[in-house]
Design a binder for this molecule. Structure first.
Ligand code: ATP
Ligand code: ZN
Length: 648
């Protein structure tokens, strides 16, 4: 019999007879290794524990201790799910693909009868999955011919499509467990008995292969771990994430909604959400004006030529709404970015070195045709308003301006108690410099300068090569979302290119025309994403200055105390405080609980004592205790709390 030469990661070599399995190799080393080995890997390709090794090469065993083993487990659970579905609903389901993903796995299915699988069926499906686990079916892979594959999956139109799309010389392999067969490249646990701690979590619509012209399938999501504690912890984390999801809080507190009727990704801000947004907008505009920005209003629609000149039309068209043909030769475009508009502001007059740095800012509404699958509440929408700003500077002003913007950013974050963020310096990819604006000297200088400025200011950061924009290096602020993802909140980007494209100039002290550098910056991102972020960060308990309702005033008895309560409300409202009188005909306890469930910072209860002493009994959100203050003192303290911009 022929032999294969196996080279282990430590360099040791050993000869085995051909068709030996990873399990046999593991056993030849130690029984404990054989017990925890999940899969073999030969020359970088998975070989299942029971599969035959046909060639020599570099070999390693993946054990439960390896991080990637979790991916194999989750991939295997997706097969287990399909097998269970097949047993429960034979011949009623078509199958798409079932990969592992970062936090679990999914399987795309299409129920032939038209009945959808719903979360109500999960317990039944999980029960069947557990039964198959008990059967401890070995999972084995093998190669088959294209004709065999086409025959084997003839009742599965999606699988047939996948097979037909494989290149002619591609090997086709299947994974078999008991009666169940998957079209699969491997990377699976040795048997169904290895799968113990798993959970189906949700089901959502997903277009076949992500294309909206394809049929909509049902994507069943789940997750799995090696031990029960980890699974429990993950399920708890998810429940908590759901609780703080801005879409849930947005509905509970009536902040905003999106609907098909209005159009996908087009948010309607209800009065409560609008109160938050108005506060944010006033705050940031005032802050920027203090920092020397000139705020402008420019049109959301512009002549398409503007975006041809900027390069957006060539490079960004997929994200833009289609142009409007006005029928008279003019094409109008909903802008995807505000930069060209601000360049028009700059270029409206000839600027000189004395005008620089020239800072233009705007709460600029823009439209981007985001993929429908990516739309998420307020955090990813198709119409958004960006806290945008562009400063035009001379080369030797970049560093100071960069620091000034950074300082603004840090100050603003303090006002919102944002502490969980990371600075990312994004450079061009040194191995791929031709992908970027062509001026090596400029790049080197600019990147060194940004780094130097961060060091000067004593700010911690990490560096990311290849993350720069095409037109220049940048600094991004990365924050975590409730769902565990990372998003960019603020950004400062140097741009050498747009000034060229639009022939932007200033008259230098030498009387000659020079090219300024443009800095794009956003401090609090779009009103949409920032509101989503704050909602999740505060878990809906907004600090007083941002809270849609700041004070709710409840009379113990409407007849006796209603008038006092109403007058107090009017007095506070006149001070610009968002106070409201709750004179609904309900039990006092109910009204207090209702105010607390809406996370209103202050609930005031007015009874006999309060009316005769001109006082209020105050309950702060989240506190069981109450305290009593004179109306004057309460008003003074409340105004101070609002001015303080911070969680008390
Ligand atoms: P992303 O990578 O999130 O798509 P981007 O890199 O395209 O964003 P920029 O063009 O720099 O983003 O836009 C500025 C900011 O606007 C982003 O940092 C982000 O906070 C916000 N933003 C971008 N797209 C959306 C959207 N679809 N909905 C809400 N906010 C958005
Ligand atoms: Zn810009």
């Amino acid at each position: 019999m022929a032999d294969v030469q196996i080279t282990f990661p430590d360099g040791a070599e050993k000869t085995f007879s051909v068709d030996t399995t990873p399990l046999e190799i593991a056993k030849s080393i130690s029984t404990s290794l054989a017990k925890k080995a999940v899969s073999g890997k030969l020359n970088g390709e998975y070989v299942g524990m029971h599969d035959a090794i046909k060639e020599s090469g570099d070999f390693e065993l993946i054990t439960k201790d390896d991080e990637e083993a979790l991916q194999l487990l989750r991939h295997s659970v997706s097969h287990l799910l399909a097998q269970a579905l097949n047993r429960l609903y034979p011949d009623q389901i078509h199958y798409g693909v079932g990969p592992f993903i970062s936090n679990g796995f999914y399987y795309d299915t299409d129920k032939v009868e038209g009945n959808q699988i719903s979360v109500e069926q999960f317990p039944e499906i999980e029960k069947m999955m557990k039964r198959i686990v008990k059967e401890n079916l070995p999972i084995v892979s093998r190669e088959i011919t294209r004709d065999e594959a086409l025959d084997m999956f003839k009742n599965d139109p999606y699988k047939i499509e996948l097979i037909n799309d494989l290149p002619a010389d591609e090997h086709i392999s299947i994974a078999v467990q008991g009666e169940h067969v998957e079209l699969d490249r491997g990377g699976l646990v040795p048997s169904t008995g290895w799968i113990k701690h798993f959970k189906l979590t949700s089901v959502a619509g997903a277009y076949w292969r992500g294309k909206s012209s394809n049929p909509m399938l049902q994507r069943i999501y789940g997750t799995a771990f090696w031990n029960a504690d980890e699974l429990d912890a993950e399920m708890k984390r998810r429940a908590e994430a759901k609780e703080r999801d801005h879409r849930k809080i947005g509905a509970d507190q009536d902040l905003f909604f999106t609907s098909q009727e209005v159009g996908s990704g087009l948010a309607v801000w209800m009065p409560n959400g609008a109160a938050i947004r108005r506060t944010l907008e006033r705050y940031i505009v005032d802050r920027e004006v203090q920092d020397g920005y000139q705020h402008v209003y420019t049109p959301v629609l512009s002549n398409l030529n503007l975006y041809k000149q900027s390069g957006h039309w060539d490079h960004y068209r997929d994200d833009m709404f289609p142009p409007m043909d006005m029928g008279d030769g003019e094409f109008l475009e909903l802008r995807p970015m505000n930069c060209p508009s601000h360049i028009m502001v700059y270029k409206h007059q000839q600027r000189s070195y004395r005008d620089l740095p020239f800072r233009v800012a705007e709460l600029g509404m823009m439209h981007r045709y985001e993929k429908s699958g990516a739309l998420t509440g307020l955090s990813r929408v198709r119409e958004m308003t960006l806290n945008d700003g562009h400063t035009f500077v001379m080369l030797d002003q970049i560093e100071d301006e960069f620091k000034k913007i950074l300082q603004l950013m840090v100050d603003v974050y303090k006002d919102f108690d944002i502490t969980d963020y990371r600075f990312r310096l994004s450079y061009r990819d040194p191995k791929n410099t031709e992908k970027y604006f062509d001026d090596d000297d400029m790049w080197e200088k600019a990147q060194r300068m940004l780094k130097g400025a961060m060091d000067d200011m004593g700010l911690a950061y990490f560096e990311a090569e290849g993350e720069a924009a095409f037109y220049g290096p940048k600094l991004d602020v990365q924050i975590k979302t409730a769902l565990g993802g990372e998003e960019t909140l603020s950004t400062i980007q140097l741009d050498f290119l747009l000034p060229e494209r639009f022939d932007v100039t200033y008259v230098g002290s030498d009387g000659e025309l020079h090219r300024p550098v443009m800095i794009h910056r956003g401090i609090i991102s779009t009103m949409e994403r920032f509101t989503a972020y704050l909602t999740e960060m505060y878990k809906g308990a907004f600090p007083t200055w941002l809270a849609p309702h700041q004070v709710r005033i409840i009379p113990v008895n409407r007849e006796a105390h209603g008038e006092f309560a109403q007058q107090l409300t009017d007095r506070l409202v006149k001070q610009g405080i968002r106070a409201e009188y709750d004179g609904r005909n309900e039990k006092l306890g109910y009204l207090i609980r209702n105010a607390q469930s809406l996370k209103i910072p202050y609930t005031l209860v007015i009874g006999d004592e309060e009316v005769s002493n001109d006082t209020v009994t105050i309950r702060r959100f989240g506190s069981r205790d109450t305290n009593v203050k004179s109306v004057d003192q309460f008003e003074k303290d409340l105004l101070a709390d609002i001015a303080n911009h911070s969680r008390a």
